[in-house]
Ligand binder design. Structure first.
Ligand SMILES: [Zn+2]
Length: 252
């Protein structure tokens, strides 16, 4: 059993009393190229969360995965059909309220597993964490995979910043939900070697402005299950390390 929502309330009560760690997968509903589903970030966050829960259980830390957040600030891909963007304050309020509700019940630690990397979205998470801390003193663990410490364990394409629906994310979906990758389309896609991170620094405010007319960057043709497996290994280790550090800090 790894899903929090499949517990009964009595089971939840017992697990929380025993010192439960919960992982909140955070994704988005947004365009991911011509070959990946809108739910790409949700699937990636859930898969890394599942794997981290298994690793934590193996270390005798009781951990469960929460129902995911599938709506976020996605202004960069607003021009593409199917993308659902919410306001920054809505995103912050939702994450803050979920964490506060869990801490009020006595959950030991909430950790955020995030895969959507738009700057305003990351800001909405950090603001939520600040508000929880100010209101209750509780700390939410949030390893930000863009930080060098974690990014250096991920792929070169990810670090270059052309990481939206390219080889990195495509490989992760190929492992988690292979049936949802439009394989024939993927094999025809030309690489888009543009760093979104760099374009954002130069002032781009949308994927179109950054040069991604089909809502992907990087090279989806280079994706493989092997790469996906090794990225999940790094992403789940990142969550486990963040939990271990937060628990150690809590003990002092
Ligand atoms: Zn994504």
């Amino acid at each position: 059993m790894k899903a929090f929502q499949n517990l009964t309330w009595k089971e939840a009560e017992a697990r929380i009393k025993g010192g439960l760690v919960v992982i909140l997968p955070v994704g988005s509903t947004e365009a991911h190229g011509l070959h990946l589903p809108l739910a790409t970030d949700v699937m990636i966050s859930e898969e890394m969360a599942w794997r981290a829960a298994v690793k934590l259980q193996a270390r005798q830390i009781d951990a469960l995965v929460l129902p995911p957040i599938a709506y976020s600030v996605t202004d960069f891909s607003k021009a593409f059909s199917g993308t659902i963007s919410i306001k920054q304050e809505t995103a912050t309020a939702m994450i803050r309220d979920i964490c506060s509700s869990l801490y009020e019940q006595g959950v030991k630690l909430v950790v955020i597993a995030n895969s959507h990397l738009e700057p305003l979205h990351i800001q909405s998470i950090n603001a939520a964490i600040e508000q929880v801390k100010t209101a209750s003193g509780h700390r939410v663990a949030f390893p930000d995979k863009r930080k060098r410490r974690w990014a250096e364990k991920l792929t070169e394409e990810f670090r270059r910043g052309d990481c939206h629906a390219g080889a990195y994310e495509t490989s992760l979906v190929m492992v988690a939900r292979p049936e949802l990758v439009r394989e024939a389309v993927r094999q025809q896609l030309e690489p888009v070697t543009i760093s979104i991170a760099e374009k954002i620094r130069e002032g781009a405010r949308s994927f179109i402005e950054a040069g991604g007319k089909d809502a992907y960057f990087g090279n989806p043709r280079e994706a493989s299950c092997e790469e996906g497996e090794s990225s999940y290994q790094a992403l789940s280790d990142m969550l486990v390390e963040a939990v271990m550090e937060a628990l150690a800090q809590r003990a002092t």
